[in-house]
Design a protein around this ligand. Structure first.
Ligand code: CA
Length: 232
């Protein structure tokens, strides 16, 4: 996936950033591939440590499950670190604290403990990318500019103060402008993977966002499908 022409994204912008997912559980992997793709990342998925180490492409981030069928995830982490300065986030099950410590010593940048929500996953990825590529991460769409690093939003140069939830919703739309995000997509990204509350709450936040941004047509309703950033 390449970034659309109307998006200028410097450095590690979504849409140009690749994630190597190393996860042997097919159910978890499918969920993560979906979440990462929706978050605007290019995803390459492998199920074993051997496959991860054989990959010739150079991802920006490796999301590495430590409980792998063929090799010790910590060993995979150590070998990846020896050959590159790729950002590595290890994923562990609850209770495996010693594994986390060993993985951090082996060169991992951060860790996530299962089960984790999509918003936390995306936030951790952004955080490690900021450390690896600190040059910034800005998406522009018409008069809208969103800096994912500073979480600053401007319209026509004027800063618009948003609540964290409003920012998350707008971020979900801005990572892939023009693409329709379903209500469920937005809710899962801005709230949590397993949030089954009424999507009416989303409408309230969308209405507030539209009012604050003050650009008619910027957040477009696609009836029966969801929302997207419109051409303005
Ligand atoms: Ca596993």
């Amino acid at each position: 996936m390449t970034a659309p022409a109307d998006v200028t994204s410097s450095g590690a912008g979504p849409g140009t950033t690749s994630v190597l997912l190393v996860e042997d559980d097919p159910g978890v992997a499918a969920q993560l591939v979906r979440a990462l793709t929706r978050g605007g990342y290019l995803v390459d998925h492998v199920s074993t440590g051997g496959d991860a180490l054989r990959r010739r492409e150079h991802p920006d981030v490796v999301l590495l499950d430590l409980g792998l069928p063929d090799t010790d995830g910590v060993q995979v982490c150590r070998q990846l670190r020896q050959r590159s300065d790729v950002a590595i986030i290890v994923v562990t099950a609850f209770g495996e604290e010693s594994d986390r410590v060993t993985a951090l010593d082996a060169g991992a940048d951060d860790y996530l403990v299962k089960p984790f929500g999509v918003s936390e996953l995306l936030a951790r990825i952004r955080a490690v990318l900021r450390r690896v590529k600190p040059e910034g991460d800005v998406v522009r769409h018409g008069p809208l500019s969103m800096d994912f690093r500073t979480r600053k939003v401007t319209v026509g140069g004027a800063e618009i103060p948003l609540t964290p939830k409003e920012f998350d919703i707008l971020e979900c739309l801005a990572t892939d402008p023009g693409r329709v995000q379903t209500r469920q997509d937005i809710v899962e990204t801005a709230w949590d993977a397993n949030w089954y509350g009424p999507t009416k709450v989303l409408d309230v936040h969308i209405a507030a966002l539209r009012r604050k941004l003050g650009v008619p047509g910027l957040i477009e309703t696609v009836y029966g499908r969801g929302f997207r950033l419109g051409d303005v």
